[in-house]
Write a protein that binds this ligand. Structure first.
Ligand SMILES: [Zn+2]
Length: 126
């Protein structure tokens, strides 16, 4: 056991491939040596915790955060809010306000469940 491999060296902008240990660029998605996908799973632009917090405080506005994927849901939420608001003015009455309130609450709960049900990888790659 006298033959000891020299410690691998790397540049500041490099990291070690988790599969083969060769130094590769941090920006690399694939290891040039072994071809394994290295990616950056923990450093995605989007964060699940932030999305859930957005949902808790701002309801369906959380879908603006992930607008590219969730724009349909955002517009559904906005439509219900606007239509319900107009109905509560035009049709007036407490019933309209109550219906609108529960619709808004439903979308609020939906936005929280929706953001919480997506996994971290979804946000990381998004
Ligand atoms: Zn490798």
């Amino acid at each position: 056991m006298s033959q000891q491999a020299p410690p691998p060296t790397k540049q500041p902008d490099e990291m070690f491939c988790p599969s083969c240990g060769v130094a590769i660029k941090r920006e690399a998605e694939l290891c040039v040596h072994c071809g394994v996908r290295v990616g950056r799973p923990a450093t995605g632009d989007k964060n699940k915790t932030a999305a859930i917090l957005f949902a808790v405080f701002f309801g369906f506005f959380t879908w603006l955060y992930t607008y590219r994927e969730d724009y349909g849901k955002f517009w559904i939420g906005l439509s219900v809010l606007i239509i319900g608001f107009i109905l509560s003015i035009v049709a007036a009455g407490q019933v309209g306000v109550i219906v609108w309130f529960f619709a808004a609450m439903g979308i609020w709960v939906w936005s929280i469940v929706d953001t919480a049900s997506k996994n971290d990888e979804w946000y990381a790659k998004y």
